[in-house]
Structures are given as C-alpha cells and as structure tokens.
Design a binder for this molecule. Sequence first.
Ligand code: PEP
Ligand code: MG
Length: 574
Amino acid sequence: MIKLKGIGVSHGISIGKTYIVINRKIDLKKTSIESHEIENEIIRFNESTAKVMAELDLLIDNSALTDDDKNILTTHKFIIDDPEFENNINNLIKNELFSLEQAITKHFADTIKFFKNIDNQFYSQRAIDFKDVSERLLHNLLGLKNNFIDKLTPETILIMEEIQPSVILNIAQKKIRGLITENGSYTSHSSIIARSINLPTVVGVKGIIKLIENNQKIILDGDKGDIIISPDEETETIYQNMFKLQVLENEKLEKLIGITTQTKDGYRIDLLNNIEFPAEIESILKYKNDGVGLFRTEFLFLDRSDLPSEDEQFKIYLELAEKIFPQKMIIRTFDIGGDKLTQNVLFEEEKNPNLGCRGIRLSLKHIEVFKTQIKAILRATVKGNIKVMFPMISSVSELRKLKKIVKDCIVELEDKKINFDKNLKIGVMIEIPSAAILSDKIAAECDFFSVGTNDLTQYTLAVDRNSENISEYFNTFHPAVLKLIEMTVISAKNKNIPVSVCGEFASIQDAIPLLIGMGVDSLSISPSYSLQTKKIILSIEKDKSKKLVEEILELSTASEVQEKIHKWRKENEV
Ligand code: PEP
Ligand code: MG
C-alpha cells in the first residue's frame, strides 16, 4: 500500500482500477538524412499521405459529423492533394536532405506564416487548416494516435501527466470513476471541467506514474487530495464505508432541490451556475437554481479548428436561453488565452500567456470575431433573459471601446430590422486588480459586476493559477484579495448595480459566509457544487456574517483569516 498526496479538485471518493496514459509530444529527433535514404523518405511520404487520405475519407463518411465538419475535412484532403505540396516535400527531401518529418514541418510552418500574415480574417483562419493537416500527418508518421478513450471502462481511474480540457470532455462520455494527474491546479480549466462533469479528481500528484502499473487497485479522495495505491483490506473497508456515507449525504442534499436559496435571516441570494458546454444546462435544470451566471463561451472552440459562425453561435445561445427561461443567462464573451484554447489560430504563442493577449484584449485585436459573437448574442436576446459580460477588463477605456462596438452591432441589426432585446445589460468581470481598484468608475458605466476570483487571485498575488508547484501561494483568503473583493462590492452597492462572484472561491465552504457578509447578491458556481453551497447559505445569518467580515478585514494573514472563519463556523453551526 502506498499513500500519496495531491490537490483535491473535484469532490468524491472513488475506488477503481488504474489506467495510465503517457502524453507524448511530437518529437522530431530525425532532422536530416543521407542521400541513400532519399528514396525511402519519398516512399514513406507517399504511404503516409495515402493513409491520411483514407483516414479522412472514413471520417467524412461518418454520419455523426455535421456538413460543416465534412467540408473542413474535404478542404484538408485538397491540401494534401495539392501538387505544390508534393513538389515542395520532394524538393526538400531530394535537394536539402530533409527528413520527411522535418520537410512536412517546414512546409506547413511556411504556409501557416504566409496565411497568418494576410490581413483578412478568412485567410488568417485558413492557417488552422494547414496546422491540422500538418499535425495529422506527423501524428500518423510518429505513431502518436491516441486511442486510449476506447480502452476506458466504468471502473477506470485514469492517470495522466496532464490533461487538456477537450480530452476531459471525451472522457465524460465514458463515465469513468476518477482522474489523477501529475500536473494541474484547483483553478486550471481542466479542473473546472472535471468539477462540472462531477468526476472525482486529484491533481498535482508528482511521480505517481512511476509508482504504478495498469490495472492496479487505487482509491482517490477528491476532497482531501489523498491517493492510496493497492490499499490493504482494512483501508479499503474504511473508504468503502466513506463512499456509502457520501451516497447518503448526496441523497440528503437532493432534498434541497426546489427550496428557495436564502439566508437563515431571510436574505435572498441568487444561486447561479457556471457552464462551459451547452449540455451542462441539463444539470442546472435538475438543480432548479436561479440561472446561468457565467457561460464560458470560449469552450465552443474546443475540439475544433475553426471559429464558430454567427449562425452557429446564435442557435446555441438561443436554445440555451429558451431552455433556461424565465431564468437568466449571462454570456461571457470569448476569454481565449492563458491556458485556454491557445491552439487556435487567433492566438500567437507568447512567453507569458497569462499576461498576454487574453480575453477582451484578443477581442479588441480581432474585432470581427468579437462582432460576430455580439451579433449572435444580440439576435438570441429575444426572450429578454440574456445578459452579456466582458472578461479581463483592466480599464474604463477598454469598456468604452467594447460598448462602442456593441452599439455598432446594434445599428447593423436595426438596419436589417432584426429583433433583439433593447435593454440588453452589459456586465464586467472584475478579475484584474486594476479593475477592482477602479471599480467605482467602472460601476458607473456598466450594469453589473461579476468577480472572477480565480484570475483576481492570480494577478493580485502574482501566482500562476495553473501551476501545482506554487499552489500554496494561490490563496484567495489572502487579505489583499479579500480587500479587493470588498472594494468591488462596495462600488457596486454605491452605484446600485448587482454584484456576483463567479470564481471557484464562491463554492468554497469557508468563503461563502464571507461573500454573503460582504453583500454579494449572487454566487455562480459549478452545478455539481450547487446543493452543498445552498446548504451553507441556508445556515448563515447574514447580519452575523457582516460582523465576521468586519473582523476578518482587520487581519493580516490568510491563515489568520481561515482560522477565524473555522471558529466562526463552529460557533454558528454553519
Ligand atoms: C475567474 O477568473 O475567476 C473566472 C470565473 O473566469 P475563468 O476561470 O474562466 O478565467
Ligand atoms: Mg477569469
């Protein structure tokens, strides 16, 4: 029996069998060839393109794909079939003695650069098709195709070095028991998705891959971050009992569905949910909460290489708004960058992506993409239950620029006599310290606030939210972060606009009394944490939590804050 410790990021106890997947990056060791190898490289070229063409044909025949998807794949076939591609590869192999892998890499790097430099959205988007084809050919040549999803069973606890959000999505369909990764953090987007699909997960378990084999019995505790490999009988019985208790506790919590979310002394708190994928709307409907407080629309990019069209987005937004009606839905405009979707063509590689062209910075750089989204949102507002929200605002001038673009979109729709909600509310995420400090000015020019504590913590404490190596520095209970949240709430109150918290902090049990005491109007959280959050809200007296906040804001360290809250929760039975 071996015990390990990681970071519990998605709750629940699971007992299952290990399945290890090692991520392999494209490694182009073989860069040049000798002249006697030319012929072999040309044969490999012809074989690999024939294989990839057959693979594409198979995909195109798949009835599950949309016509749009099939068109993209057909374009990929044209790219491979292009005589210029063949000539160039032959030339690089014969005249420059490039290996096939190196020739493919060079050919596509040059082509992608060419397309990216064209100042036209249509052409710059085409670059992603070349990137796709290049990766497909290289993966095929290097045997990197990852078919592991088919090997997962309902007993599996998947072990990986790290996991991409898109892979978790695929895993969701397999209904495995748990996930353990060597890298990752509580607020990384893969962890957020693990919570949203209710998959017990522990991340940051360094060295686990070296210690285990496939098909070994393993236990994970997604709350405490504990891992037990090959448990002895006694330990396994303890965890089996804990698992049974967990099932009972969940059944008890289910009784809270349908009860109004308010504090013990009668203050109504809107309990909203964060969603990443349209399918999550079903669990929101199940929990009967108060609507969607954050739709992370950038996840519409996942698992695809092109940008979603206006019509495609419109249909998704409209369908969700209709399903959730009469509750509201806050749509956040694309927040690409950081650890999110950087494979997309819009995104240029940066040394420090979290401080780079992320969120509305990218929207202001690619105004057409932003306008496409805004028009899709506006068209979907006919029921009057949609609001829009901008991520990563750091100044009032950015907000003004974005509002001006929204106005331009409105004029375009009016000219075309298209219906939309004339009262569309525009909100701002407060997640950069400058925005919190200037929140009084920002509040005067928008309709609502939502505090993004994940990024607010990252940027206030200068700590990478995705790094397991410095996770002890990522602490939203740090008094500096709490002061910024409080400042934001006061600004919202002074200007009479509602304020919500939509970062992961909103579902942390110790944080809930603080946020309610500060006066937030709503909490927006992962659907799977709805009922336990509701249970805490129901047990809080707001007037008492206000006093708690006053005392907390006098403290100097995060641990003093947490100690005080623990004591308060015990005394007040929260
Ligand atoms: C946040 O930063 O707290 C937030 C809710 O947005 P995201 O996690 O998508 O960056
Ligand atoms: Mg954020």
